[in-house]
Design a protein around this ligand. Sequence first.
Ligand SMILES: [Zn+2]
Length: 405
Amino acid sequence: MHRTLSFPRIVVVLFLCSLLGAPVVAQEKSAARPATPKYILFLTADGFRTDYLDWYAPPNLKQLCTEGVRVLHATNVFPTLTAPNMCSLVTGSYPRTTGIAANAQYVKEQDKIVLKNRDNKAETIAETLHKAGWKTAAVNQFMLEKRGTDFYVSTDYDDAAATTVAVLDVLKNKQPRFVGVIYGATDHAGHQHGPRSDEVKKAVLEIDAAIGVLVKGLKDQGIFDETLMVFSSDHGMSAYEAKQPATDAAETLRKAGFRVATSAEQLKPDTQIVVIANGVRVIYFRDVTPEQKEKATQALAAIEGTEVLDRKRLDALGCHDNRSGDLIVSPLPGYVMNGVGRTGGLHGQFTERNPILFFRGPGARKGATVEGAQNIDVVPTLLSIVKVVPAATVDGRVIKGVLAK
Ligand SMILES: [Zn+2]
């Protein structure tokens, strides 16, 4: 029962009290953090660039971060888009394992473009904990819907206050030990107004206020000291750049003589190459000879302001063997694929690797930093702290620098 001390701990506290002559209540309050958390709150803010913590000084998040351990340079999976990264965060697995390679992707074996990817092949942390006997819940974490959660709640994605109300409500009434949560406001504000804008600052501070209410609620429920929190993001956010490639990848391939589809409507029996725009351009060879592949690759490589990541590089990044495409064209620093000079923000490109990540609570170090880690390392790290064996599908590693000694 989480609102009272467990029997062995009461015995220890009473024993210490009898030795020290101190009142029991004072001992309970000053008791050290338990080494193993009873609860995990896996919080993710969509598009929360790590710099926001420094630029906009959200007080509650800064406080939690100061009390815990911050990963200074967290890297996410490529392309740096929402669906693959939300999935990789809660599975600890690369897209090559989850199959969630992009927001929209061409699925070769079905010969179709899938717009809403939820067909995750890896085990989620909720499923792993559920097997280990944990009661689990999620609020807005769409990659955990029907994936190991006993309770799933949706709120207005951008309404941080309502999200916190839902989290506290499910904790109080259903008493799960794990809750996965998404706060969405930073992503939409970032896309519309750019990372350095009053609107993003407002969204950051709204989420921060909701986190403040969440912490107070956890304290009111008597579970704050037993809760390990991770605050993460799926990706960061970049401003539109000043330069744009002269031609788009699809246009380049058409000029080179290929039959190209960029949408489900354009996909025809004789389509040779599928190009999906996802902040980057994901290139799928559908029906081409090796010579034509070479020709297409050379045409794409000639586009100024972009780099072409081939299968070797995509494999090294943990991309899926076919859903991540045969090639990905990503803009170089200073360039954007389209929308040059626009007000607003975007992500997806190779260089967009700046999501926030910190841990706070029992089992995590206090007042520490870690230089770097991947977002797929979050799941094995959390599971290591609560001593649950990770699923065979986990690709990430335990971040040793996060663990309390
Ligand atoms: Zn996102």
